[in-house]
Design a protein around this ligand. Structure first.
Ligand code: ZN
Length: 178
């Protein structure tokens, strides 16, 4: 296989999943605290409110941590979406965006025109990308085992995405009560 696109994809995804696990744990922990804080406020229990927010200094601190945690999860979701669309693209088209030109099909080179040995002016030359022959895509040779791997990968990605989206849904409601 050319430039082992699958191993890159899998390695990226493993590190994304590790981040995801940590971030989702933090997010759920904070969601619970926000809700507990809401209950304490409803009960008018000053002591409970202080206890819940002590780690964050104030309710404002808790709010900021919760917003930061939400941002991280949104980023996670974007990365997982990107990995998913890469995997689906590999699966459907058996090709990958060229790693040399990043899909452009060409690159640019600055050149100096010379007259009697001294440079007169600079021109930009377009050079066709060799690895992809100017198409921006690299064809992949994917066997059955790899196809199964990609399919499993897509299933896993969809599963994580669903978990993420469900968690993110609660944010809009919770942030309002803080
Ligand atoms: Zn290329």
């Amino acid at each position: 296989m050319i430039n082992s696109p699958l191993s890159n994809l899998f390695l990226d995804t493993i590190s994304n999943i590790e981040k995801f696990e940590k971030n989702i744990e933090d997010f759920r922990d904070l969601s619970k605290k926000v809700y507990d804080f809401y209950l304490a406020k409803k009960e008018s229990s000053r002591a409970k409110q202080v206890l819940i927010t002590i780690k964050y200094g104030t309710a404002k601190g808790l709010r900021k941590s919760f917003i930061d945690s939400h941002k991280k999860l949104v980023k996670n979701a974007e990365k997982i979406d990107q990995s998913l669309s890469d995997a689906e693209n590999i699966f459907n088209n058996k090709e990958k965006t060229c790693y040399t030109c990043h899909g452009l099909g060409h690159s640019y080179k600055q050149e100096y025109l010379r007259e009697k040995g001294s440079p007169t002016r600079r021109i930009r030359k377009t050079i066709k990308c060799e690895p992809c022959k100017g198409t921006g895509k690299i064809k992949l040779d994917i066997d059955e085992t790899e196809e199964v791997l990609i399919r499993n990968f897509i299933d896993l990605g969809n599963l994580l995405n669903n978990i993420l989206k469900e968690s993110l849904n609660s944010f809009d409601n919770l942030i309002k009560i803080l």
